[in-house]
Design a protein around this ligand. Structure first.
Ligand code: ZN
Length: 295
C-alpha cells in the first residue's frame, strides 16, 4: 500500500464577504459547495479547456469566487483530502472529501440557501468538532489568506493541527475527561505530529526529485507544463517504491524511494499487486506522451 500525499484545505462557506454563512447547512447535508446561481454544468470540462469556458460564460461567484478557486475545487482537491470550514473568526468544522466535484441541476444543494451553489463535493464532516478560535491559529485568519479555498501546508498546517489538538484537549478537560481520554489525546497528538513530519518530508522529496529529473511523469513523459501551460499545475504524484504500510519501523523516505508519475500511470502501476515497477509499466506502454511531442 502506498500513502497518497493528501492535501488539507481551509474553506469558507459564505454568500459574499459579509453574506450569509452556510457552514451549518453544509454539515447537515454532508457537502462542500461552490459557485452561484445560473452557472452552467461544467463538471465534464477538462482542466485544459476550463479557462476558455470560464471566459465564455463569464463565471464569477457572488462570493467573489475566482477561477483559481474553481480550478482548485475541481482539479486539485481529491477524495481523501481534508477540509477545515472557516466561519467568521473560527474554524468550525473538519471533514473528509469523499466524492469528485459534481453539479446539482436544480441548483439547490442547500435547500435553505437562496443562491444556487450548484457545484459540490460530498464531505464526511466530523461530529463534535471542537471549534478553533482565531487566537489559537492566527495564520488561518490572516487577511492575506482570505481566499474561499486555501491549501494548507508548512507552517499554516502545523499551526492549525497544534491548535486543533490544544482546543480538543481543553474541551475534554472542561468536560472532566478521564485519564484514559487524556492518554488517547496524547497518542493522537503524537500521531498527528508524525503525519505532518511524514507529509512535509514527502513533499520536499517530491519537489527535489522534480527539480533533478524534470516535472514530468517518469513512466510516460506526461508534462503538465506542456499540456496545460500557465494554468496552475500540480498533478504529478510521488509513488513510493517501498510499500510504506509494510515496514514495522518508521523509515525516512529518500530520493531513491520515490518516482514522479502522472495520476494515470500511478493507477496503472497499482492495477497489480505488488505494484508494477516503472520498467514493467514502461514496457507495457503502447503510447508514449513524450514520443508524441518530440515527433
Ligand atoms: Zn504517466
Amino acid at each position: 500500500m502506498t500513502v497518497r500525499p493528501h492535501s488539507v484545505w481551509r474553506m469558507t462557506f459564505r454568500d459574499g464577504p459579509g453574506g450569509e454563512d452556510f457552514c451549518e447547512d453544509c454539515f447537515r447535508y454532508g457537502v462542500a459547495v461552490l459557485g452561484s446561481q445560473g452557472q452552467p454544468d461544467l463538471t465534464d470540462i477538462v482542466e485544459s479547456d476550463f479557462r476558455q469556458f470560464w471566459k465564455e460564460y463569464s463565471i464569477s461567484g457572488s462570493g467573489g469566487v475566482n477561477q483559481g478557486t474553481h480550478c482548485s475545487f475541481r482539479y486539485r482537491m481529491k477524495a481523501g483530502d481534508i477540509i477545515y470550514a472557516k466561519s467568521g473568526n473560527r474554524i468550525v468544522g473538519k471533514g473528509m472529501v469523499i466524492s469528485r466535484h459534481r453539479y446539482n441541476k436544480s441548483g439547490k444543494v442547500l435547500p435553505r440557501c437562496l443562491s444556487g451553489w450548484a457545484y459540490f463535493r460530498k464531505v464526511k464532516w466530523e461530529k463534535n468538532f471542537a471549534a478553533i478560535s482565531s487566537s489559537e491559529a492566527p495564520q488561518m485568519f490572516d487577511p492575506s489568506s482570505f481566499h474561499t479555498l486555501l491549501r494548507l501546508d508548512g507552517i499554516r498546517l502545523h499551526e492549525l493541527l497544534s491548535a486543533e489538538r490544544r482546543t480538543q484537549k481543553e474541551r475534554d478537560a472542561q468536560k472532566g475527561s478521564t485519564p484514559k481520554a487524556q492518554k488517547r489525546d496524547v497518542e493522537e497528538g503524537k500521531r498527528q505530529i508524525k503525519e505532518i513530519a511524514f507529509l512535509s518530508r514527502n513533499r520536499a522529496i517530491i519537489e527535489e526529485r522534480k527539480r533533478l529529473f524534470g516535472e514530468k511523469c517518469e513512466v510516460c513523459g506526461f508534462s503538465a507544463e506542456i499540456a496545460y501551460g500557465e494554468i496552475e499545475r500540480d498533478c504529478l504524484v510521488g509513488h513510493h517504491l517501498m510499500p510504506l504500510g509494510g515496514s514495522a519501523h518508521a523509515r525516512r523516505t529518500t530520493l531513491e524511494d520515490i518516482v514522479i508519475v502522472c495520476p494515470n500511470c500511478h493507477q496503472a502501476m497499482h492495477s497489480e499487486k505488488p505494484p508494477l515497477t516503472v520498467e514493467q509499466l514502461h514496457e507495457k506502454l503502447r503510447f508514449s506522451w513524450e514520443q508524441l511531442h518530440t515527433s
